[in-house]
Ligand binder design. Structure first.
Ligand SMILES: [Zn+2]
Length: 403
């Protein structure tokens, strides 16, 4: 019962409890964070391999919360590392415990139509007040349509997307389901397929950001897991990347063109390189035996260029490359953008996709007929909560907020 009580972040019957909303400083490590706040470092040393790896996923600029009691003692810390998973450090009697727990959010499907006045970006922004919705639409057509050449006034746009909300506010990139635009009287569409990739109405993959394979011919020894309840360990596990098993010394190639933004040794990931690409994507290459000579921060690399060699540095059970992909700092499944040979749907998959297209085209007719708009004043009551497997508790965010 006591533990249960501790896990509830914020109904805050504790009258003088305070919540600090903070941003993670650039360059701050998890260990540095513990030291800065006088939290015991065994909150790191006691963790198993997977949990230690998760502490390396904290990214600079992420908004996190510290709850303190009336004596300023830290009761709880919540640090999101993906859209769905957060690190939770909480006081358990006199010591502190660490766990990874789900981020509780709601998701809403939004759809609207609008007409272009000057360009698609401003039309979508005016309709949604969301720069992220705007950017999701534009990147969907980046490779297929040159808007500046073809757009005319009053060309219609239709968009269907899912938006996540947390604490009553939209967060994370909207997930585009359908984007349509009519140019010179002809509709062009981008549809999300069942395999999480985007296609045009005919089932041809829409080239967006595509990655090459970072280790040629290697076997995938562990896939991407966003968040999974482990029934034996009784905790949430996540593997925020793909592991490629390969012999020590096998070349590691940059999955796309970009610029090296980190090249260092980390506790769990060993020798790691991070490369920043276009459109807010970053890739991570961990556990390297060594970096290729000449690699350094700020250097530009080409797609397929060798940047290092497979090893087992950091916390690792054998030679492999841990490959991570991030969009706006949040880990996403690399499989959704790794280049595949067949870029056209066939057979059963094509049939399945045609059903999706049909459904969305019918939906488009309805959106147009209703002249549907996004209710931009959706008002979610601010609710604060922590979710756990056995219970769910929520309360009002009535704690004092310090800036
Ligand atoms: Zn891994």
């Amino acid at each position: 019962m006591k533990r249960l009580f501790m896990l509830i972040l914020l109904p805050l019957v504790l009258s003088a409890a305070k919540v600090d909303y903070l941003r993670w400083d650039s360059g701050m490590t998890y260990l540095g964070f513990l030291g800065k706040h006088d939290l015991p470092s065994k909150t790191l040393w006691n963790l198993d391999y997977d949990d230690q790896t998760l502490t390396e996923e904290i990214y600079s600029g992420v908004g996190y919360q510290i709850l303190r009691d009336e004596n300023q003692t830290i009761e709880q810390v919540l640090i999101p590392i993906t859209d769905e998973l957060q690190l939770h450090i909480y006081k358990d009697n006199s010591s502190y415990t660490f766990e990874a727990i789900p981020v509780l959010y709601s998701s809403e499907r939004l759809s609207f139509t609008t007409k272009i006045q000057s360009n698609p970006s401003s039309a979508i922004y005016n309709a949604t007040h969301s720069k992220r919705a705007m950017s999701a639409f534009i990147s969907g057509f980046r490779k297929s349509i040159n808007f500046s050449l073809h757009v005319q006034k009053d060309d219609p746009i239709v968009m269907i997307y899912d938006q996540k909300y947390r604490f009553g506010k939209p967060f994370s990139m909207p997930r585009l389901q359908l984007a349509k635009i009519q140019l010179h009287g002809k509709w062009h569409g981008v549809y999300l397929g069942a395999d999480e990739r985007y296609y045009d109405a005919k089932g041809h993959e829409v080239e967006g950001f595509l990655l090459g394979n970072p280790v040629r011919g290697a076997r995938i020894s562990s896939g991407f897991t966003r968040k999974r309840w482990h029934p034996v360990l009784h905790k949430y596990r996540a593997h925020l990347g793909i592991d490629y098993a390969a012999r020590r010394g096998t070349p590691i190639r940059a999955a796309g063109a970009g610029k090296i933004i980190e090249l260092r040794r980390s506790r769990s990931y060993g020798n790691l390189t991070k490369v920043r690409h276009a459109d807010g994507y970053t890739t991570l290459y961990a556990h390297q035996q060594k970096f290729r000579a000449g690699m350094r921060r700020g250097k530009r690399v080409k797609k397929g260029e060798v940047i290092g060699y497979v090893g087992t540095t950091g916390i690792s059970t054998g030679p492999h490359l841990h490959f991570g992909l991030y969009k706006h700092n949040r880990a996403i499944n690399p499989r959704s953008v790794i280049q595949v040979t067949t870029k056209k749907l066939k057979g059963k998959k094509k049939k399945q996709f045609q059903d999706i297209v049909k459904r969305y085209n019918e939906e488009t007719e309805m959106i147009l007929a209703e002249n549907r708009q996004v209710d931009r004043f959706i008002n979610f009551d601010a609710v604060c909560y922590v979710k756990h497997d056995q219970f769910e508790e929520q309360g009002e965010c009535n704690a004092t907020v310090r800036k």
